[in-house]
Structure formats: structure tokens, C-alpha cells
Design a protein around this ligand. Sequence first.
Ligand code: CDP
Ligand code: MG
Length: 726
Amino acid sequence: MAADRAASSHLFWRPGADPPPASAALDRGRANDERASAVRNVHAGLSLTQQRVRLPVFADRRRILYLVETFPTVVIVGHTGCGKTTQIPQYLHEAGWTAGGRLVACTQPRRVAAISVAARVAEEMGAELGAGAVGYAVRFDVRADAERTRILYLTHGTLMREMLADPLLSRFSVVMVDEAHERGASTDLCLALLKKVQRRRKDLRLLIASATLEAEALARFFGGTAPMRMRGPDGAVRLQPPVAVLTLVAARAHPVHRCFLARPCADYVAEAVRAVLELHVQQPPGDVLVFLTGQAEIDAARALLTDAMADAMADAMADGGADAKRRRTSLARHEPAARPTELLVLPLHGGLSRDEQLAAFEPPAPGARKVVLATNMAETSITLDGIVYVVDCGFVKQQIFDAQAGTEALVVAPISRAAAKQRAGRAGRTRAGVCLHLYTQRTHAAMRAATAPEVQRCSLDNLVLQLLSVGIRNVAQFDMPTPPPAAHLACALEKLYALGALTDRGALTSPLGERMAELPLTPLLAAMLLGAVEEGCAREALCVAAMLSVQTVWVGCSHKAQDAARAHFAVYEGDHLTLANVLRAFTRARDAPRWASRRGLDARVLQRAVLVRAQLARFLSRFGLPAENCGRETDRLRRSVVRGFFPHAAQRQVGGEYRAVRGGRRLLIHPRSVLFRAPPEWLVYHEVSQLTNGDEAMIDVCKIEPHWLTELAPLFYEVRTAQRGA
Ligand code: CDP
Ligand code: MG
């Protein structure tokens, strides 16, 4: 109910309410403590209140509240798991920062983290998630109550959308930017915009939670820790530093024994599976966390583990763990009696439903061992209890922008030494732990010390559009924690201009550019949807946009089963139309879940797509745009796809591979596409992802007519010709 209200108004609280009084008092209201104490946590045997006061951050509660009261910006450094994310917003709430209807916001880089943390805090406060004091707001999913929500967990992207509706964030008293050290593009953008807001709103408090590595740079960005003349919220001028940095009392981090391979391994998924089986057979109880790069690897590892477990356990016990000898530091073997017997394998990645993700947090049944196969999301922002063993594959999936081609690709890249250390640290929360790095010490030494901020390596279309939509005209001069490369900015500006979002003076066009910024879609998808209104097929384009905003629906257990499922729906025009057909058929089916599972489709993902489609439809009706149906005239839908995705056009070459029309990059059709076996001469693609052999493959492609490119995107392809001539 709350979510519905939220979606229809874009804001999730009552619009037009009086701004809150700008005052704050320390340590007001203990009612929540008392309510929380009534709730008992069955697993730990301690009440949630007891658990709360045992967290390391509790020792610094008063100090944190004092600093927030005194300084406009506070940078907080503390170990993962010490209680920053779950506790600090509650302290602020208890201390009166949410009095008068104000909100404390805590932003997360990932939606999973925002949701799971909100659920935990609601439990601690004895509140119903979304209906009481705690809520969350992530893209396409809001659970917050207009009147009652006081602590709101949200993603950085969602906070920026809020700024569109409420540029000064007038309802928020404190914004805590969590995991700031990750330096994601939306995190950096958030920090930059908050700095700007704070100049106009002296009463707004910022809390920035960061790992040690980035703390100093972030403090410097907000004005540094040297005293200067500052005007406080009361108007008085004082001499004090703009930023306070607080390093929390060291969390109870236990030592982690880190092991590297003696020789490099060829296949880290297989090696990870081997390592898990070996740990399971040889090591005392304790859960395992495995870092892999994405859903495909996680699914593969899960299948391998499930299949091989029985055999491998027998083998490993028989040969005394020959594989362990490959490790420089092999682990001591323990008495088999201490071993848990059952192995519970749980995936954890962004493509799962909320319930599936939350399953990874549940403790295993007594005697069983839990293995969580996770993406990078488990590196910092999520705390899993009971992890004693970590297996680190040494890689991460990252967006890498190619300025020459003007597009980005999802590439598997080595992690940094800082990330490796962070991953290892996840093993030492409960007791002394072990981390198996699936690479050699030499490889480790050759890794970068730290990862470059994302703004330096991602496509900036969205960032530029967001900046323009909040009224920042000169994006190149905009004060960011790390300035993005000028060439990448130029690419983004040119693309947005060609999409019709910018005037030739670099301002947002009205209404097209404004609407693109408002839609919770990437600029290209937004342009496709708005272009479909022109083509008279927005009804179908809503299906496409919704399906491309959720995870893959093809979930058959094997590639063959997935291929068969796809073949059933495949149309020669490509994946976009196929996906639209799937969603429409799903909506029409009488027993939709059964219909889906019989066809090898993920009903929950489809259900989510239905919700996303409804939300996007509400945007169109708010813009006063019709959602018409083009029926059998599918060219109109393909033309709409071109209206958004013309920068991603490619032509087939003699050898069967493709060349990007712009930039000439070599591309293949991903085996997951319905056009893999029927490659058209011209197409546009949705995304590029790297295959395991390093080739770049286009995921979700749409067959097009080449003259549509010049007809529908004359600015883009004309500009290109001029450049070529120059
Ligand atoms: O943010 P930080 O890494 O400092 O810690 P946190 O996320 O606030 O977690 C504090 C404690 O809350 C953890 O040690 C977990 O025991 C617990 N927690 C939980 O049980 N379930 C969650 N979803 C999140 C945290
Ligand atoms: Mg945290």
C-alpha cells in the first residue's frame, strides 16, 4: 500500500508538508530501545538489544552523536560488521534527529544491501518493515510509509531521484553515505550533490562511512580537517574544521590465515568448487563464502558443487586431500568427527528475488555447513554471520568504458590488493578464519593497490543527464571527488545530444530531456520508450523496457534447456520482440506461475517485470503520453529500439563477426541471444559482455534496417561522418 502510494507520487512521503524545525537534541527518546528489547533473536540466544550494545560501534555512540551535532560532515571509519550501517541511523533516531517528521537517510551502493539492512533494522526496532519507522526505497521497489518512516535505507541512485523532486532534500536531517570508499559513480555523484546541497542548507548533516583507504580523500573533498571560519546553522561564525574524522574503536576482527596457490589455476570456478569440497571434508564447522564474478559462474559452481559433492567428498577423504598439497600453506586437517555433514549451497547476486537473497543470511540447520556463492556484493556492504572460510577467485566484473568506441562493456578484471584484503577479512568476523586466494602470491603482488573510482572507467551518459536535471550546466567544471575523464564526458554529451536530450547549448531539452532524466531507466532505454510513443507502440516498448530492467527470465537448469525455452518464443526480429512476447504471454496465462515453469521461465522475474512495466506506465501517463499498441506492425517497435540504441549499431562482416558501426569494435552475438543462429546483417544491441575466452559478445540484439540509423539518428551518424572527414 505504502509502495503504491510512493510509486504514484514519485515521492514516498506526503508532498507539501511543512519543513521540519532545524533543531536537534542529544539522547532524546528511549522508547525504541525498550520496544526492541521485547523482540528476541532466537538464533543467537541474546535479545536484539543485547546484541546491539555488544557491537563495537556502541562504545562510540555518544562520540558519534556529539560529532554529528557539532560538525557539518563527519567521516566515519570502521571495520565491516562493527555496526555502522545498522546502528548509526538508529542512534540518530533515538537522539532526536527524526523529530518533527524528519528523516535520517542511509544510502547504499546496492539494492540488496539497502533491503536486507532495512529488514534487519526494522526487526531490531520491533517495527514492521515499510509500515513503521524503518523503510527502504530502491529502484522499482519502495517500502516506506509517508507518515511513519523515520529511517530510510536507499540506494545512491534513488537519493538522486529524490533530489529531482526535492532539490534541497528538505525532509532529511542527516544523510549517511555508506560504503563511500567503493567510489561507485553514483556514490561519487551523490557526494558531489550533497556537498552542493549542504552549501544551501547549513542544517543538513552528512555522515560518510568509508574504509581507511579513502577516508582522507573524502574528508578533503568536504573541506578538510583544518579549522576555518564557518557559519553554523544558528548563523554564528566559528573557527572550526568543516569535517571531523572518527575512527571507531577497532572491531573485534579475528586473525585470518591467508593462503595462495603455489601454481596458477586455469579455471577458477572449478578450483573454487574443489576448494569448497576440500574445506568441507577437512575443516571444522564454519560457513564458507565464495567470491565469483557473476550469476553465470555462480550457477555453474552451484551445479558442480551439487553434482560432485558426494563423489568428491569420498575422493578427498580417500586420498587425503591431494589438492591441498598444491597450496603453499596447506591447512591442518581436523578430526572428521568435528565436520558438519550437510553442505547447503546458496547463491547471492543481484539477479535473485528478495526472498532468495535473504535466504543466504539464514543460519544453516545444526550440523550443516552453509556455502554462499556471492558476487562482489558480499565484499563490503553485506554482513553474513558465521563465515569462517573465504574463497576468493581474484576477479570482479566491472564496467569498462571505451572512449574510442563510445560504449562500455562488462569485463572480468583482476581485483586490487585492497579488495583481496577486504575479501579475506570477511572470514574473521566470528572467530579466526581462513582465506583461500585462488591465485599465486606473485599475481597478488602484481595487482593494483586499489581500484580506480568508477567515474574514471564507466559510461557517463546517466551521470551527465542527472547533473543537468538538477540544474548543473557546466558538467566539466562540476566539483566531483575525482573528476571524470574529459573524453568520456564529451562522449556522453554527444550521445545525449544525438538522443535529443540536450539543446545545442548543452541544456536539457524540455520535455524530452527532462522526461528521460525522470524515468528510472538508462538514458538509452528511456529514449527507446519515449521514442516508442512517437512510433505509436509504447505498449510494447513498456514490455521491452521492463524485461531489460530485470534479470534474465531463462532459467532452465542447463544451457540446452535454456536454448529450448528461448526457441519456443524466438522471433526473427530478435531478443527485444521475443522478450516482449514472453511478458505478454505471461500476463495472459491463466495459471501464470505454472505456465512459466513449464516453459523454463522464471515466474518471479516475470512477476517483477509486470510490476516494473506498471510503474513505467504510470510515468507515461503522468507525462500525458499515450501507450498505444502497434499490433502486428513490429517494424514500429524495432524503430523505437533504434531511436534509443542507435549508438549500439553493428554490421555483420564476411567472417560472421560484427563490427560496431561507431568505433569499429569487433563483436559477436552472445550465445544467449535468439539471433545467435540466425544472425542478421544489421542490428543494435543492448549490452556487451565479455565471454570467458575474452571475446566481447552482444547480449539482447534487435535486427534493424540500416537506413533507420540515418533516418532516426541523423545527428549521431552525421557527426561521425564529419569527424571522419576531418
Ligand atoms: O555497517 P557495518 O559493516 O559496520 O555493520 P552492520 O551492517 O551494521 O552490521 C552489524 C551487525 O548486525 C553484524 O555484525 C551482524 O551481526 C548484524 N546484521 C545482521 O544480523 N543482519 C543484517 N542483515 C545486517 C547486520
Ligand atoms: Mg555497513
